[in-house]
Design a protein around this ligand. Sequence first.
Ligand code: ARG
Length: 467
Amino acid sequence: MKMWSGRFQQPLDPAFELWQRSFPFDHRLLPFELEASLAHARALEHAGVLSSEELAEIVRGLEQIGARAQSDPTFLNDDEAEDVHHFVEKELAALIGATGYKLHSGRSRNEQIATDLRLYVRSTIDQLQVLLADLVETIVGRAEKAGTVAMPAYTHAQRAEPVLVAHWLLAYVEMFLRDADRLADCRVRLNVCPLGSGAVSGATLAIDRGAMAADLGFDAPTANSIDATNDRDFVLEFVQALSVMSVHLSRWAEEMILFSTQEYGFVVLPEAYSTGSSAMPQKKNADLLELIRGKAGRVIGAATTLLMTVKGLPLAYNKDLQETQEPLFDVAQTILAILPLATGWMRAVEFHLAQMQAATESGFMNAWAAATYLVERGVASRQAHEAVGKAVRLCVERGCELQELRLNDLQGVHGAFDSGIFAALRLESVLAIHDVDGGTAPKRVKQAIQRAEQRIAHLRGEVHADA
Ligand code: ARG
């Protein structure tokens, strides 16, 4: 039985009928639809609309639908169901008869879909937080293992200053922890319950909205029925948070790809996550990284699709909103699949630590340290910069590094240089002077690792239990 045939005299055009259905994709909301329906049924009984026997029948029916969906994948091949709400109503009536049709008393699909989507996003956030914690924990583990080995840090893709490999890896930890933060923040705002909002004006039966909200683990009922039935901000926010995450993932992937080229030779691609070429026998390609980089386009595209879909919609529910589901599901599935693969890659990758460290020996990455040496001896920083710049010029002409100049060459560019400069130009000294919170001095990096570990433990502690 259709959910709305009474006022129609003519059947739907069959092509239109097929085309407007959302069940082919919204079937994935079934667990949430059942959960929300249970809460509604309990509220109906409380309001005296259902007897306790009817409630028991409905509960049994909903549970059976859930169990069958788990055990029988063909159960969802239904070419009659218009959407997940219709599917449940049909199946419930098939299982328990006419009482099944009482479940819809006092509610609208508009509040149901708004609720199901909130539950879906909430549960996906909880899963993503666990996967993010695994990823950052793995990166921190690799940082710890890299010890005090150094590598060049780049600005403008040019060698800039040496940093610890661990410090470089911890930069990604910061990005991914911010992503976790953004998701947590999105979760706080989405965690209110639209049930009881009806189609647009609020329920017509005396159902306890607070009880339904509490039943479903929401913090409170939504405040305005017009807003609640059409609000999809939480979908936009969630997908935007994942767009930022996909940008982080694409940057991570890009840098690993670059560093795996023969030109850098810092990263040895793990075979388990690479593929060969059908033509060139020598090739080992970074397919996992390239696909992750590529998926960012799809996620960002979905974020744009969602904004365009809701832009200019008048209040309240409009069927356009059904179009928000597929981009949402696609992005969620995309990122849920990427994170464990990225973690697996991070676990398996081999860093060529010797080559990374060797790369710090050229490119004048101790030039700022040389200028600092002068500043510490009272030279104004602009003059120090100029003097060291001249020393670099001399090196470029002679094809050598700063530490290979003679003391009198250095004194030729500035009289404040003395024999202590050669110790100051050594890699360990250069690293050690970056001795500020958040800097690359080895003891600071050690602290940063400890702090990251605490933040991961905190993140795991915050993750909601059913994830
Ligand atoms: N399938 C619909 C959607 O996803 C459910 C809500 C339908 N509401 C309605 N008034 N037709 O938006």
